[in-house]
Ligand binder design. Structure first.
Ligand code: ZN
Length: 306
């Protein structure tokens, strides 16, 4: 008998972007993972936001494997909101981490809605893109109100060298931008926000099935309603501004600033998004689940065990 191909048999749900490492969640992590497993979630792409949470993401990844079928794939990087806090030498330290663990690079990107210096955002983003290309690691990209600069960077990069595997998380751009991203081979991931935000539906429907991913962008059980009252709402207002604001925002990042009420609160919520997405596209949920599982495997191909 021939050896089975490297790709695993698709069966469960993939949650292609979330943050399980928020410190306030450590006490509830057991129940979050238990509920996710019960809901049939079998793989999650867990993204760091700055150097301070890299170790927590790595720890979570190890834990996912021990807990059975639920796998947590780690992504390490510096989020555009936190570029100003990046300490000298972060590139070398990121490289060293990546050489030690099979991790992708994320969450990185460009965001013109926050107050972090845009040139600095661009520098940190491009540096991480270069590391990803050199090490052949997949990249999770955040982009808000910066589609022009993002396309310019990616298209130029693709002319000069090999683009790494890319997913654009919580896609909120136009259908025209989408076509250019697809031409570059990017995967396009939609969060639960998609359901209520009709402006996003044309881009969702225009995304080829072979490039589609779905995510909760969950903070790991931090309820969105809870996050939006009191101090946390202030933290969101401050996000990307003062250092203090960034510090506070870390605990709630990246709650959707525009439509927080439609976000999912944990990975166990993702079957609802798959069901909605399958109905919108007029296909069986199982078929969609299998396709997205496969897309996730192609995206993280260089990280998966052989
Ligand atoms: Zn995120």
């Amino acid at each position: 008998m021939e050896e089975a191909p490297a790709m695993t048999v698709p069966s469960g749900y993939l949650d292609s972007h979330l943050h399980l490492q928020a410190q306030s969640l450590t006490l509830t992590m057991d129940s979050i993972l238990e509920r996710a497993e019960k809901a049939g979630v079998e793989r999650m792409f867990c993204n760091a936001t700055d150097e301070e949470d890299w170790q927590a993401v790595i720890n979570l990844a190890g834990r996912g494997k021990e807990d059975g079928r639920l796998a947590i794939v780690p992504f390490l990087g510096i989020h555009p909101w936190f570029v100003e806090g990046a300490k000298a030498g972060w590139e070398e330290r990121l490289l060293a981490r990546l050489q030690g663990v099979p991790a992708g690079i994320g969450e990185i990107g460009l965001d013109k809605s926050c107050r972090a210096d845009f040139d600095r955002q661009r520098q940190v983003f491009v540096a991480q893109l270069q590391i990803a290309s050199a090490l052949k690691r997949p990249v999770a990209i955040h982009c808000v109100k910066a589609w022009g600069p993002l396309l310019e960077i990616l298209e130029q990069f693709a002319q000069e060298k090999q683009l790494p595997a890319i997913m654009i998380h919580a896609y909120g751009g136009s259908t025209e931008t989408l076509q250019r991203l697809i031409r570059l081979g990017c995967f396009i991931s939609f969060s639960c926000r998609l359901i209520a935000d009709r402006k996003r539906h044309p881009a969702f429907l225009a995304t080829p099935l072979t490039h589609l991913l779905l995510e909760t962008d969950s903070q790991g059980g931090l309820s969105v309603a809870g996050a939006m009252d009191g101090a946390a709402a202030n933290a969101i207002d401050e996000a990307g501004g003062t250092k203090q604001g960034s510090e506070q925002a870390r605990n709630v990042l990246p709650i959707d600033i525009e439509n927080p009420e439609t976000s999912c609160s944990e990975p166990a919520d993702i079957p609802g998004l798959y069901a909605w997405a399958a109905a919108m596209r007029g296909m069986e949920q199982q078929e969609l689940r299998q396709r997205i599982w496969k897309n996730g495997e192609i995206f993280t191909d260089t990280l998966l065990p052989r």
